[in-house]
Write a protein that binds this ligand. Structure first.
Ligand code: 4NP
Length: 155
């Protein structure tokens, strides 16, 4: 069976989606699930950059190494190359929606809603907040990924 391909999408691809990608990669591997994960942003501002240093530290404190991450922007082909494209919030979903066609391969959804981990429906953007916000992101990513795995196992 070929691996399921999942793309996580946020705005800048330097905070939330790289974190969720890292957590999902680890937890899927541990669960023995054939899943390929990646992430990107709807915006272009941080393309080519590594994850935000505050996200790197919070993730590292929980044992997730995001240092290899480089930001990239969502493109139309992603909707055909992935099975699932999950936005972190409503704004991300609108950005994803601009590339959806009736023939798109990907199922799209709001990450925490689809995974059954909501509330909150929207994964809060930590960018303009304090360090605690980044730590809360790690716990939320773990909760969302746990729900995602449970739902994928039931498929
Ligand atoms: P992310 O966070 O979407 O979780 O990567 C943000 C990163 C950058 C900006 C906003 C949110 N920004 O405005 O540059």
């Amino acid at each position: 069976m070929s691996a399921l391909r999942i793309l996580f999408v946020c705005l800048g691809n330097i905070c939330r989606s790289p974190l969720v990608e890292g957590v999902a990669r680890r937890r899927c591997a541990e669960a023995g699930l054939a899943v390929e994960v990646a992430s990107c942003g709807t915006g272009h501002w941080h393309v080519g950059e590594g994850a935000d240093p505050r996200m790197l530290s919070a993730a590292a404190a929980a044992g997730f190494d995001l240092s290899a991450h480089r930001a990239r922007q969502l493109r139309a082909a992603d909707l055909d190359e992935y099975d699932f494209v999950f936005g972190m919030d409503g704004d991300n979903l609108r950005g994803i929606g601009r590339f959806v066609t009736p023939r798109s391969r990907a199922e799209t959804g709001r990450f925490l809603t689809w995974s059954g981990a909501a509330p909150p429906e929207d994964f809060p953007d930590p960018y303009y907040g304090d360090a605690d916000g980044f730590t809360r992101c790690v716990a939320l990513a773990e909760r969302g990924v746990a729900g995602l795995l449970e739902r994928l196992r039931r498929r």
